[in-house]
Ligand binder design. Structure first.
Ligand SMILES: [Zn+2]
Ligand SMILES: [Zn+2]
Length: 317
C-alpha cells in the first residue's frame, strides 16, 4: 500500500504567512552562502541533504486528507482542504472523463475534515463516489455544509453519483482489489472514528481526532488492540504533552502519548499528524526531536520509527 498525505493540519487551514516564507528564504540563502556554494546546480541538493522539509519547506497548511492506494483501488480518508489538490490529480485519470469510482471514508464531520469536499473536482463529473462513515445522518451533515447560508453551491450541483454507506465499529468493510477497513470509535467530542486499512498483509491505522486518557483503561486497551503490529499509525499529536493535560476533553493528544501507545502495540512507524495551527514548523520539528528522545529513554530498542506527516510526502508499506 502507498499512503500519501494531502492535508496534515488540524482544526483550520494554516498557510504560511508572507513573513514566515521570507524568514525561511533568508535562512536558507544565508546557509548556502556560509557553506561557500557558488554553483547554482548544487544548491537544491545541498539544502535537501542538510535540512528537513519542515526547515526548508513547511509541514503544510491544508486540513486532513490522506489517501491509501493498492493495486486496483484506493481509499481517501477525510475531506479536509487537502482533498482539493488530490482531486486535481485524480482529474488527470478516469475521473476527468467521468469514468472514476472513488471511495471516501470520513472520521467525523468537524469542519476541518469535510470543508474540502465542495472543492473536490471529481464530484463535478459523472463519477461514482462512495462515502463511508459511522455517524448517523452523514448525507444531511454534508448537505448542511453547502446550504445557501454557508456556501453558494448546493450538493445538488454535483454530477457524480453519491452512494452513502453507514459503517459500524469493529465491522470490516471490503473494498475493490482485496483491501478492507475496520472502524474504531475514538474519544473525541461528537465522536470520531479511526480506520485500520489492511491489504495483502500490510496495515495502516488512521487515528485522528482522538484523545487518550491514561485513567481510562478500557479505552487504552481498545486502542492497543486497534494499533496492534500496524506498519504505520497516523496519530493525532496536535498538542504538547503539557497542553494536552491543560486542554483535557478538547479531543486531541500528544506525540509522547502516541509513542507510549505505539511502542506497547508493536507499531513499526508513527506519523505525527493533525498539527496545531499555532505551532510553527520549527516547533513541530522540536516535538519530533523530544518524542524521539522520549522513545529512546523509555522504550529503548522497540524499533518504532517516528516522523512528522508533511503535506505531499508518501510512504510505502
Ligand atoms: Zn480535526
Ligand atoms: Zn474533530
Amino acid at each position: 500500500m502507498r499512503v500519501k498525505f494531502w492535508g496534515v493540519r488540524g482544526s483550520i487551514p494554516t498557510p504560511l504567512r508572507p513573513s514566515e516564507v521570507e524568514g525561511k528564504v533568508i535562512a536558507m540563502a544565508e546557509d548556502v552562502v556560509r557553506a561557500g556554494i557558488t554553483d547554482a546546480d548544487e544548491v537544491a541538493g545541498y539544502l535537501r541533504r542538510r535540512h528537513s522539509m519542515l526547515q526548508r519547506g513547511t509541514a503544510g497548511g491544508n486540513t486532513t486528507c490522506v489517501s491509501v492506494e493498492w493495486p486496483g483501488s484506493m481509499l481517501i480518508i477525510d475531506a479536509g482542504s487537502g482533498i482539493r489538490v488530490l482531486g486535481e490529480q485524480l482529474m488527470e485519470g478516469p475521473c476527468g472523463r467521468g469514468e472514476g469510482e472513488l471511495h471516501i471514508v470520513l472520521s467525523h464531520t468537524h469542519w476541518d475534515h469535510i470543508q474540502g469536499l465542495p472543492f473536490f473536482a471529481p464530484l463535478f463529473q459523472r463519477n461514482t463516489v462512495h462515502i463511508y462513515g459511522c455517524h448517523d445522518n452523514l448525507e444531511q451533515r454534508l448537505r448542511y455544509q453547502q446550504q445557501p447560508d454557508h456556501f453558494p453551491i448546493s450538493m445538488d450541483a454535483f454530477l457524480a453519483r453519491l452512494e452513502f454507506h453507514r459503517c459500524a465499529p469493529g465491522e470490516p468493510v471490503g473494498l475493490p482489489g482485496g483491501a478492507r477497513f475496520i472502524p474504531h470509535r475514538l474519544d473525541h467530542p461528537g465522536d470520531s472514528y479511526g480506520y485500520r486499512v489492511e491489504h495483502d498483509g500490510s496495515s495502516l491505522v488512521f487515528a485522528s481526532d482522538s484523545e487518550h486518557k491514561p485513567n481510562d483503561p478500557e479505552n487504552h486497551h481498545g486502542i492497543i488492540d486497534f494499533f496492534r503490529d500496524a506498519d504505520l499509525v497516523v496519530f493525532d499529536s496536535q498538542y504538547t504533552l503539557e497542553e494536552s493535560i491543560i486542554k483535557e476533553d478538547w479531543g486531541h493528544s500528544s506525540a509522547i502519548v502516541g509513542v507510549d501507545l505505539a511502542a506497547h502495540a508493536g507499531v513499526k512507524r508513527l506519523a505525527l499528524f493533525h498539527h496545531e495551527p499555532s505551532y510553527p514548523d520549527s516547533f513541530i520539528h522540536n516535538l519530533l526531536m523530544k518524542a524521539q528522545t522520549y522513545r529512546d529513554v523509555n522504550h529503548n530498542g522497540c524499533g518504532l520509527e517516528l516522523f512528522v506527516a508533511v503535506e505531499g510526502i508518501d510512504v510505502t508499506l
